[in-house]
Ligand binder design. Structure first.
Ligand code: SF4
Ligand code: SF4
Length: 168
């Protein structure tokens, strides 16, 4: 943009200088002088305003290039391709650990109606059978630890009355 001031018209009112002192000045002249040639683009709007407001129409704008419209080229919108989300939830087989408590247990029962209190069983497996408190044998271990099983089986086999029942 190029600006000139018609010195024959200018009254030196200072309006233009007040609007855009970077371009117009009355410092050295009784009329406005233009300080910038060409006028930087940043002042174009103010210069135009000054030209409009100049009471004498003394401001002449030449080569008033229109600010080229900023091309706002639209960027192609990227298509967001949504890929199907795969089900990543896997069926985790629950390992049911069968904690087979194969803790074999042995239980001995003395039929009090059959027992005669001979004490044979107590002699064979004193940790399991006792006649200490009863006239007949009573079982004092329940369950019976594995290391005594053989003795208990033997006691049951040897019981003359068949009074010992083993549950395994
Ligand atoms: S506004 Fe116009 S009349 Fe006033 S000083 Fe500027 S050019 Fe001159
Ligand atoms: S061996 Fe039989 S009869 Fe004898 S005490 Fe034991 S359970 Fe009773």
């Amino acid at each position: 943009m190029k600006v000139t001031v018609d010195k024959d018209l200018c009254l030196g009112c200072g309006i233009c200088e007040g609007l855009v002192p970077e371009v117009f000045s009355l410092e050295n002249e009784p009329v406005a002088e233009v300080l910038l040639d060409p006028v930087s683009e940043e002042y174009w709007d103010l210069v135009r305003q000054a030209a409009e407001e100049c009471p004498e129409g003394a401001i002449i704008i030449e080569d008033d290039d229109e600010v080229p419209a900023v091309e706002t080229a639209e960027e192609p919108v990227q298509e967001i391709i949504e890929e199907p989300v795969e089900e990543t939830v896997e069926e985790v087989p629950v390992l049911v650990e069968e904690t087979k408590n194969e803790e074999s247990k042995m239980k001995a029962i003395v039929d009090k109606d059959l027992c005669t209190g001979c004490g044979l069983c107590e002699g064979t497996a004193p940790d399991v059978f006792s006649l200490a408190n009863e006239p007949y044998a009573e079982v004092i271990l329940d369950p019976i630890p594995e290391e005594l099983w053989e003795d208990v089986r033997m006691a049951a086999e040897d019981c003359p009355e068949g009074a010992i029942t083993i549950e395994e």
